[in-house]
Design a protein around this ligand. Structure first.
Ligand SMILES: *[C@@H]1O[C@H](CO)[C@@H](O)[C@H](O)[C@H]1NC(C)=O
Ligand SMILES: *[C@@H]1O[C@H](CO)[C@@H](O)[C@H](O)[C@H]1NC(C)=O
Ligand SMILES: *[C@@H]1O[C@H](CO)[C@@H](O)[C@H](O)[C@H]1NC(C)=O
Ligand SMILES: *[C@@H]1O[C@H](CO)[C@@H](O)[C@H](O)[C@H]1NC(C)=O
Ligand SMILES: *[C@@H]1O[C@H](CO)[C@@H](O)[C@H](O)[C@H]1NC(C)=O
Ligand SMILES: *[C@@H]1O[C@H](CO)[C@@H](O)[C@H](O)[C@H]1NC(C)=O
Length: 204
């Protein structure tokens, strides 16, 4: 193979690579331009241990007779189910925003980290009846936690985005209740009233 031939071959490959990058970035730009962004802010109230008033309950890995030992509350292997009220203001008695329902489980081998997955059901305002699905890990040592918004229903079909969360208040010691501030940044396709169409190849 001659030297000049392999040079022109490399040049062709380079041109192809540049073309692919160009096509890729122009596609990505178009997609970003057609997105709609929605910001929502609410407060979540989580009460893990309070007898009949608990909003989240341990379903496994929790030693109830070790209740006074705060360190035993969140250990690897524990799984909690929760149904937490969401409000528009920081107080539990302020106007309702909706509910958060799902699970968190303590998974980490090294630091205190839970894996969180839940659905936010909105029951007020212009998104009443729509939901958002959230997941990610929660490193307890971080002040601001960040989760992915991986989808939704109703007006949030095909949603993506992220949720930032911060603990703003903790009431009580053992039977505590925590207030968390949650900010969602939601990206929606331009056509939010999406109905699934079978690709032509699947239509009989
Ligand atoms: C705290 O919750 C535990 C577990 O649900 C319950 O046994 C205990 O009575 C509660 N203590 C107080 C002071 O409410
Ligand atoms: C449970 O909630 C009710 C209504 O808010 C309250 O009266 C009661 O004291 C609470 N019980 C406990 C154990 O916190
Ligand atoms: C649960 O906690 C109690 C009180 O600390 C302890 O005596 C007991 O051994 C624990 N049980 C298990 C299964 O770890
Ligand atoms: C939300 O929608 C439900 C069901 O359509 C309705 O009953 C309820 O009144 C609505 N809530 C608000 C605050 O608009
Ligand atoms: C959420 O937004 C509110 C209001 O814009 C702001 O005060 C707060 O710091 C934000 N919190 C987080 C965790 O991003
Ligand atoms: C969404 O689509 C449905 C079915 O095609 C239609 O009946 C409805 O009016 C549309 N809603 C909006 C807000 O465009």
């Amino acid at each position: 193979m001659s030297h000049s031939c392999s040079n022109s071959h490399i040049r062709m490959q380079l041109l192809t690579a540049i073309l692919v990058v160009f096509l890729y970035t122009s596609c990505v730009q178009r997609e970003v331009e057609s997105e709609k962004v929605v910001q929502l802010h609410w407060y979540m109230h989580d009460t893990p241990f309070n007898g009949p008033n608990a909003s989240s309950i341990p379903v496994t890995g929790y030693n109830a007779s070790d209740f006074q030992n705060e360190l035993a509350h969140f250990l690897r292997g524990q799984i909690y189910l929760f149904d937490d009220p969401l409000t528009q203001g920081p107080s539990l008695t302020s106007a309702t925003f909706g509910r958060s329902q799902g699970t968190y489980s303590y998974v980490s081998r090294e630091e205190l980290v839970s894996y969180v997955s839940y659905t936010v059901s909105i029951r007020s305002g212009e998104y009443n009846g729509s939901t958002l699905n959230i997941l990610g890990v929660n490193p307890e040592s971080k002040t601001i936690k960040e989760y992915s918004i991986v989808g939704g229903t109703g007006q949030f079909r095909r949603a993506t985005g992220n949720l930032e969360e911060e603990i703003v208040n903790v009431f009580g010691a053992f039977n505590f209740s925590a207030t968390l501030s949650e900010n969602a940044t939601i990206y929606l396709p331009e056509d939010t009233n999406f109905t699934f169409k079978k690709p032509a190849s699947l239509v009989e």
